[in-house]
Design a protein around this ligand. Structure first.
Ligand SMILES: NC(=O)c1ccc[n+]([C@@H]2O[C@H](COP(=O)([O-])OP(=O)(O)OC[C@H]3O[C@@H](n4cnc5c(N)ncnc54)[C@H](O)[C@@H]3O)[C@@H](O)[C@H]2O)c1
Length: 250
């Protein structure tokens, strides 16, 4: 499929797993991709792999907690490709798991850090990329939530709150700039077998509660994002696409 020929797409959080698989998939479908990450340690090799296959890929560094660095990342991507048609906002602070307890006991610095990266960082991406997409008459923004945001959970309050709040951000963007050609959607992964999840302690339990016969792979999310970036997703706006084997049905 060549659905993304001629498109330029920025991926924020492209160093591994879902972000890396998506960069590869978007490039395979013809897009020029800018791989954003905190360093180029891993994105450099992914971009090289894309270029070896004849695709166009560049790298840029950013810190999701820093407004100026997000502004610079978006500006660099637009300048490199002569504009942008889409952005996949995928980064999340995933190192807080043990401390991210419940509303009564969670340390406020843990909550604040989750908000800074998972929510404020996504807001900043929207803030900086919307004007750039409008210059081309619109485009597609996809944010990454989590099935955790749509279920009751007794821990992980910070992560869950930030992921749930993305729904409001995503729908605000869809509503505010939809008429100008901007589409804004969410992909919501279930348990995806990323590097660290391959030994997830609750893997068997999650699989037992998943209607589909397997857990997710990064490529499952990549396929969903590619559709939302492509003309096939042209009339999809303001939606949450649960890519989770049927765990969340809403
Ligand atoms: N893997 C899963 O099972 C699963 C399930 C639900 C949701 N998700 C979501 O999918 C997305 C990707 O997760 P993944 O599993 O591929 O893991 P991952 O660790 O590969 O992705 C997280 C990305 O965020 C980046 N990041 C973290 N803090 C950052 C910062 N301050 N500045 C810039 N980048 C920063 C990391 O470098 C990494 O690229 C995340 O939003 C995550 O919440 C994953």
């Amino acid at each position: 499929m060549n659905r993304l020929q001629g498109k330029a797409i920025l991926i924020a959080g492209a160093s591994a797993n879902i972000g890396a698989a998506t960069a590869i998939r978007l490039a395979d479908e013809g897009a020029a991709v800018m791989l954003g990450a905190r360093s180029t340690d891993r994105t450099g090799a992914i971009a090289a792999r894309i270029r070896e296959k004849g695709g166009r890929a560049e790298t840029v560094c950013f810190d999701a907690a820093d407004d100026a660095s997000i502004a610079a990342m978006v500006a660099h991507a637009a300048q490199t490709f002569g504009g942008l048609d889409g952005m996949f906002v995928n980064m999340a602070e995933l190192t807080l798991h043990k401390q991210d307890t419940d509303a009564v006991t969670v340390p406020l610095e843990v909550f604040d850090r989750a908000v800074a990266v998972n929510l404020r960082g996504h807001l900043l991406c929207a803030r900086h990329v919307v004007p750039v997409l409008l210059e081309r008459g619109g485009g597609s923004i996809v944010f990454t939530s989590s099935s955790a945001a749509f279920m009751g959970r007794d821990r992980g309050i910070s992560y869950t709150v930030t992921k749930h709040a993305l729904t409001a951000l995503m729908r605000h963007v869809a509503t505010s700039w939809g008429k100008q050609g901007i589409r804004s959607n969410i992909v919501s992964p279930g348990l995806v077998l990323s590097e660290k999840n391959r030994n997830h302690p609750e893997m068997d339990k999650v699989l037992a509660n998943t209607p589909s016969p397997r857990l997710g792979e990064p490529e499952d999310l990549a396929a969903a994002v590619a559709m939302l970036m492509s003309p096939d997703g042209e009339w999809i706006n303001g939606q949450i696409l649960c890519v989770d084997g049927g765990v969340v049905m809403r």
